[in-house]
Design a protein around this ligand. Structure first.
Ligand code: AMP
Ligand code: ZN
Ligand code: FE
Ligand code: FE
Length: 282
């Protein structure tokens, strides 16, 4: 079994279409794949349409959250009911807010003499996709102002940079509540990945567990073995599922499909916590 529970398509900042993602995953021997684009389910239908016998598809989304102290947290919602309106409204609000936020980032960059426009950023975005900093990075690369997304993030777009602007996001507890109310399971993504900026304290997990957290993404390339051990301990103690995943972004990142995977027993335990059986299988 090769179970990868966290991947992106071009409906957010991945570069593969859902169809390509499905084909690659199947040809590389993934047996269970979750599609988790940032703050959207817009890629689900294409993924379902391209699914072939032999692989299970898990539909989800990676929800951008922010703690009251302004720390960014990503919450994977998996196996939720797409007809649940409050969850879809929460995602829509985040997406809407990303537009004004991008304009503010661009205004700050223009103020510093970096010439880039919102139109150039939109030109990098697929129809219906969630807008993010990676698309701004792609626009700067297309203009020859930078070499790669990585270079733009380290030079200009890090969370600690003067150009950084946050967007509306629910708290992790609110996102967990919305995922659970929609019948799905909530897995906190790469919680100790400090390259992304400030990270939450280990104590804050108590509050996420109380809100209904179902799992912790333990194995992920942005977490050291020591950090993975800390997360393993929290998950064991609280009977949470432990996952491992690639956070694949196509050419947008180095991450390879299936580079970290989830054990079958952990996946079965996690799946059982959804309120209905929603794995897609053809
Ligand atoms: P945003 O959602 O606009 O705040 O942008 C955050 C997204 O940028 C995350 O999904 C990351 O996957 C992506 N990201 C962060 N750092 C990098 C990097 N160095 N190279 C490419 N993508 C990155
Ligand atoms: Zn991303
Ligand atoms: Fe993430
Ligand atoms: Fe991700």
């Amino acid at each position: 079994m090769r179970i990868d529970l966290h991947t992106h398509s071009n409906f957010s900042d991945g570069t593969d279409r859902p169809s390509e993602l499905i084909n690659k995953a199947m040809s590389q021997g993934i047996t269970t794949l979750a599609l988790t684009d940032h703050d959207t389910i817009a890629g689900w239908d294409e993924a379902i349409q391209w699914l072939r016998p032999g692989m299970d598809l898990v539909l989800g989304s990676e929800i951008s959250c922010q703690t009251e102290d302004g720390i960014s947290v990503h919450m994977l919602g998996l196996l939720f009911d797409r007809a649940n309106a409050p969850l879809q409204e929460m995602l829509a609000q985040t997406r809407d807010n990303r537009l004004g936020r991008m304009e503010r980032i661009i205004a700050r960059m223009n103020g510093a003499g970096i010439e880039i426009t919102i139109e150039e950023v939109h030109a990098q975005l697929s129809e219906g996709a969630t807008l993010g900093r990676p698309h701004l990075a792609d626009a700067l690369v297309a203009k020859g102002l930078a070499k790669s997304r990585d270079e733009v993030f380290s030079d200009w777009l890090a969370n600690s940079s003067p150009f950084y602007v946050a967007h509306y996001s629910p708290t992790p507890e609110v996102a967990i509540g919305a995922i659970k109310d929609a019948g799905g399971v909530a897995v906190i993504a790469h919680p100790l990945a400090s390259l992304r900026g400030r990270i939450v304290s280990l104590e804050s997990f108590d509050s996420y567990i109380e809100a209904g957290l179902d799992g912790i993404e333990v194995k992920h390339r942005d977490q050291t073995p020591e950090q993975q051990q800390l997360l393993f301990d929290i998950a064991s103690k609280a009977d949470l599922a432990m996952t491992g995943s690639s956070d694949y972004h196509g050419n947008g990142k180095m991450n390879e499909l299936g580079e970290f995977t989830t054990d079958l027993a952990q996946w079965e335990m996690l799946e059982a916590r959804a309120n209905a059986r929603r794995i897609v299988r053809v």
